[in-house]
Design a protein around this ligand. Sequence first.
Ligand SMILES: Cc1ncc(COP(=O)(O)O)c(C=O)c1O
Length: 362
Amino acid sequence: MTRPVNFSPGPAIVAPEVLEQAASALMGVPEVQGLSVVEISHRLPWFEGVVAETRDRLRRLMGIPDTHAILFLQGGARGQFAQVPLNWLRPGTVGAYIDTGVWSKAAIDEARTLGEVQVIASGESEGYRRLPALEGVALPERTAYVHTTSNNTIYGTQWPELPDFGAVPHVVDISSDILARPIDVSRFALLYAGAQKNAGVSGVTIAIIDKAWMAAAREDIPAIWQYRVQDAHDSMFNTPPTFAIYVTLCVCRWLEELGGVAAMAARNEDKARIVYAAIDGSDGFYRGVVTEPRHRSRMNATFRLPSEALEKTFVAEAEAAGLHHLKGHRKAGGIRASLYNALPVEGAERLAEFMRDFKARH
Ligand SMILES: Cc1ncc(COP(=O)(O)O)c(C=O)c1O
């Protein structure tokens, strides 16, 4: 199947093999009398098997230890912005946040409606064009947790290594780089991600949570927002997003077939190298937005052209050439090429070729 080259920031490109499997299950699943995956009960053994297999594959792919539970939730990453402080930000404790742009700011704003928040480091004064330095940063007394955003989808920065806060519970939003690079899950209290970039389609939110920390969460909040309740019900306290979970299963199968997260990380490095080389080799025609090369995202490459008018022309001509969704976020402007797992290396090569050709013509 030949498909358009899709650089969308999310919902994002999905591998053709995954789309084919999902389309087939949408039309009918042989194991459930040919009914569609979206017209059967989540209580059927076949669907319980889907959930179990998705969890097993995620556990293998990400090396998730038995100390951590895997939950399939709803409400997206923004839901997690609220659910985390709801569960752990008790009166008298502080949520410590690292501000690296729009999404971490949204997490901070949401937490502030529920309790005390302290921003321990921020990249705001530098326009979020690099990650803030953490040397000398002290955590407040009675820190309930630290919150970090792993990859900043809008500005195009990504922590090369996630910060370490020792024994303090560390929560990380991995929405835009889940399954894209190896991560030592055992170091974290909670990792969460909306699936719609690297792990499937919108509708399901993956939460990987330290069981001991989950047991220490508040019990005086509505049951639906308690991680422990969802865990006790195998993520089926309410009707789960069945189709979205099924697509995540197809993504996991595809990823394991391709060699897993380490193989995917190597492929992502290749794609990023190709696109950043096209930026850096353009004699200043293209200018990378991120000022510190080590902080450049492997997932979202952001760059500017000599003028906004030229950026408009770039996006229009790219669309005409079959390279889609390259316009930057409205808050950041410029160009953003999202290079998620499902984008093949040839996609990055075609973009680099287009960039060289565009520069020559303009
Ligand atoms: C890093 C990050 N966090 C959170 C979100 C918001 O995700 P959702 O729409 O699933 O709430 C996004 C969306 O692009 C994101 O990139």
